[in-house]
Write a new protein. Structure first.
Ligand code: NAD
Length: 354
């Protein structure tokens, strides 16, 4: 298969971590007979320096025309004083809007080799943590009307059936590619929008008979994520609930450098990026952990290119690397072998397919 990937290296540690993810993708291409063509796209601070714009139209076009986008991270102190509309992060918002990605998918997975890094009790971690939160990204209370009248402030939470249905489909399809369990999270005991959410999810369930749908109130879900996270496979929820729950879920897994994410819209062209930022404090030192970006590339293969076995191969290689005792500084512990960013990428790439 041939796939065209837009590559945004970005700022800070971005170029370093993306370089390692490409190394891993190249190894997958070689072993599984695929061709990955990379098109470099300038976005963020580096684009401000080059064009005076964090994401010029010509760069956005390259992303929209690609089969998917792999992003490192953008931003840094150097651009702190530029006007708001010109900040590096504006490029990211423009990219998400331009690509029409309405679904943010963030896995919460604990690697057994790093279980000591979780703030949860060992007995809970030992049950396993491996689920994905599918969050609606461009609707709900963040995008409703906001106003303040005298001593009263109002924020409107609004969803229509079509908005719920399209994110619901992502939830069901994600579950189909995993363990076929979908938990729809809402607050239907109080909110009309949640009652509509629940109704649409159950109607959709008729089209996905292979997926087991359950409902959970958001307050209960917040408790269950720390009490019994192994019960979850895929959670689908609205924008604000997803924002809060996905941060809670990433905390229980340990290190920020390990977590990938994907954002998807109506087409298979997705945006894949680690959840961390450009880490200017460690940029250029070859000490960043590239695994969040490498796992983002694996998500791209699984969710945009339908390459499940290739994605499994990357995840297995990361696991084998951790088994062998290698650690970048952020996840280093006693008795382990300290490696840099480049070496981490190489050690994972050489474990693909073995
Ligand atoms: P950050 O995530 O960049 O860094 C937080 C801490 O985690 C730092 O100590 C950093 O060294 C460490 N860290 C992050 N990623 C790591 C990795 N892969 N390996 C090892 N350690 C890692 O957050 P911040 O310092 O608040 O933000 C720095 C810049 O990144 C800011 O300009 C911010 O706006 C931007 N940012 C960009 C994105 C994005 O591009 N999607 C997301 C968040 C923040």
């Amino acid at each position: 298969m041939t796939k065209n990937i837009a590559v945004i290296r970005g700022d800070g540690i971005g170029p370093e971590i993306v370089g390692e993810a490409l190394k891993v993708l190249d190894k997958v291409a070689e072993l599984y007979g695929h061709t990955f063509n990379y098109t470099d796209v300038d976005m963020g601070g580096c684009a401000i320096d080059k064009y005076g714009d964090p994401l010029p139209e010509s760069e956005l076009k390259k992303c929209i025309e690609s089969d998917s986008v792999l992003l490192g991270a953008v931003g840094g102190d150097k651009w702190n004083d530029v006007p708001g509309h010109m900040r590096p992060e504006k490029g990211l918002l423009r990219l998400r809007a331009g690509m029409g990605v309405y679904s943010n998918n963030r896995p919460a997975k604990i690697w057994k080799q790093l279980s000591a890094a979780s703030p949860l009790k060992k007995s809970i971690v030992d049950e396993g943590i491996d689920f994905i939160i599918v969050r609606e990204l461009i609707g709900g209370i963040y995008f409703g009307e906001h106003k303040t009248e005298g001593d009263t402030a109002i924020d409107i939470l609004k969803y229509n059936e079509a908005e719920i249905e399209r994110i619901g489909r992502i939830g069901f399809e994600t579950a189909q590619k995993r363990n076929k369990k979908l938990c729809s999270v809402e607050k239907s005991n109080v909110l009309d929008s949640s009652r509509l959410w629940k109704k649409v999810m159950h109607k959709l369930a008729e089209e996905y008979p292979d997926v087991e749908l359950s409902d959970m109130l958001v307050d209960n879900c917040a408790m269950q994520i720390v009490k019994n996270p192994s019960q979850f496979d895929v959670i689908v929820t609205e924008n604000m609930f997803g924002d809060i729950l996905s941060d809670e879920a990433s905390m229980i897994t340990g290190s920020i450098g390990m977590i990938p994410s994907s954002s998807l819209g109506a087409t298979s062209c997705g945006l894949y990026e680690p959840i961390h930022g450009s880490a200017p404090d460690i940029a250029g030192k070859d000490i960043a952990n590239p695994i969040g970006t490498i796992l983002s590339a694996a998500m791209m293969l699984r969710f945009s290119f339908d390459m499940a076995k290739e994605a499994d191969a990357i995840e297995n290689a990361v696991s084998a690397y951790l088994d062998a005792g290698y650690r970048t500084g952020d996840i280093m512990s006693e008795g382990m072998i300290k490696v840099g960013c480049k070496q981490c990428g190489e050690l994972i790439a050489e474990r693909i397919g073995i």
